[in-house]
Ligand binder design. Structure first.
Ligand SMILES: O=C(O)CCC(=O)C(=O)O
Ligand SMILES: [Fe+2]
Length: 341
């Protein structure tokens, strides 16, 4: 694991700080985000559940998961301890402060100039989570329950991600075992975010995260309150993902877009801070290992659908990120640089 460790943590997700034309905001709607009852994956209705997952990935790039079997106490425990982490004394958090994207555990704060005053718009903590025993001892020791609660949640959410990836591969007609070993040996990064309240407007677009897609195969997201918005690829309308008790959201990430030859598009999402209260979220990003090349599935390349993406690994992405601030000099996000024109 030494080589991994030396590379370590980049949040496999954030990038664009600038809004490109395809991100143009029209308005926010609360329209229905697909909800998939994944209990259907066990038993006779598997194929219709797989179809539903495929449809959501194709038409939206995001969906909500119901009946995921992760206990409410595990979800609440993770969100509570995440909030508690952001509440611990600043000196304690600053022990983990780093701008170095290769650190296995790092805390940081993103600031924004707000009418001449510097304000914190987001705090985050990112760390590797799989295999747990290799990383957990580096995680914050305060609050005391942090390792136990985030550890329990990481293991559970990874099980869910593996289950979803099998179904997704099946939905692409590649078979549920396709790239299973790569997924089992893959990386999991937990990204915990806290957004202080924003006193201007509700929602407050200045404070949060700018539109971006995730550098993962899939991301599973847990939020303490609403704030996450997804761009509907067809209508170009932002959809606010309403928070319902225990709900988890799934995003198609850049590497799944590549494997699927663009059949499934990366979810473009953003966050606006709330006016009155802080918001906390936990994104679990699932990828292959750092040097694993991800390429378009041969079966999805046909005369009518030629290969649309170059192959690349997470290490290639890290290289891109070390030279570019999310977008390159032509304003392209990493996924755009992989497209074969
Ligand atoms: O806070 C959220 O809901 C989203 C966070 C996010 O997009 C990310 O960590 O990549
Ligand atoms: Fe994200």
């Amino acid at each position: 694991m030494a080589s991994l460790q030396s590379f370590c943590l980049v949040h496999l997700s954030h990038s664009p700080s600038k809004i490109t034309p395809r991100h143009s905001t029209i308005r926010i709607t609360l329209s229905a985000v697909p909800v998939i009852d994944i209990s259907g994956l066990q038993g006779p209705s598997r194929s219709s559940t797989v179809n539903d997952i495929g449809k959501a990935c194709r038409e939206k790039g995001y969906f909500q998961v119901a009946n995921h079997n992760i206990a409410p106490s595990t979800l609440h425990g993770a969100l509570d301890v995440a909030s508690a982490f952001f509440d611990v004394a600043t000196e304690e958090k600053l022990k983990l402060l780093s701008d170095d994207i290769t650190m296995p555990v790092r805390f940081n704060m993103i600031r924004e100039n707000d009418m001449g005053q510097e304000k914190i718009k987001r705090l985050f903590l990112k760390h590797y989570a799989h295999p747990l025993k290799e990383w957990i001892h580096m995680w914050p020791s305060e609050p005391k329950e942090y390792r136990k609660k985030i550890g329990t949640y990481s293991v559970e959410v990874r099980k869910l991600a593996l289950q979803l990836m099998e179904a997704i591969m099946e939905s692409l007609g590649l078979g549920r075992g396709y790239l299973k070993n790569q997924m089992h040996d893959g990386l999991q990064v937990m990204a915990l975010n806290a957004y202080p309240p924003c006193k201007h407007t509700n929602p407050c677009p200045l404070f949060g995260i700018a539109p971006h897609s995730d550098y993962s195969l899939i991301t599973v997201l847990l939020q303490s309150s609403p704030g996450l918005e997804e761009l509907d690829p067809k209508t170009k309308i932002w959809e606010l993902l309403l928070h319902s008790h225990g709900s988890l959201f799934v995003h198609v990430g850049n590497y799944l877009e590549v494997i699927s030859n663009g059949l499934y598009k990366s979810a473009i999402h953003k966050v606006s801070a709330n006016r009155d209260s802080s918001r906390v979220s936990i994104a679990s990003l699932h990828s292959f290992s750092i040097d694993e090349q991800v390429c378009v599935a041969d079966k999805l390349v046909t005369e009518c659908t030629p290969k649309g993406y170059k192959e690349s690994s997470l290490r290639d992405f890290l290289r891109f990120l070390s030279f570019n601030q999310g977008l390159n000099s032509q304003g392209y996000a990493y996924i755009d640089t992989l497209k074969i024109k």
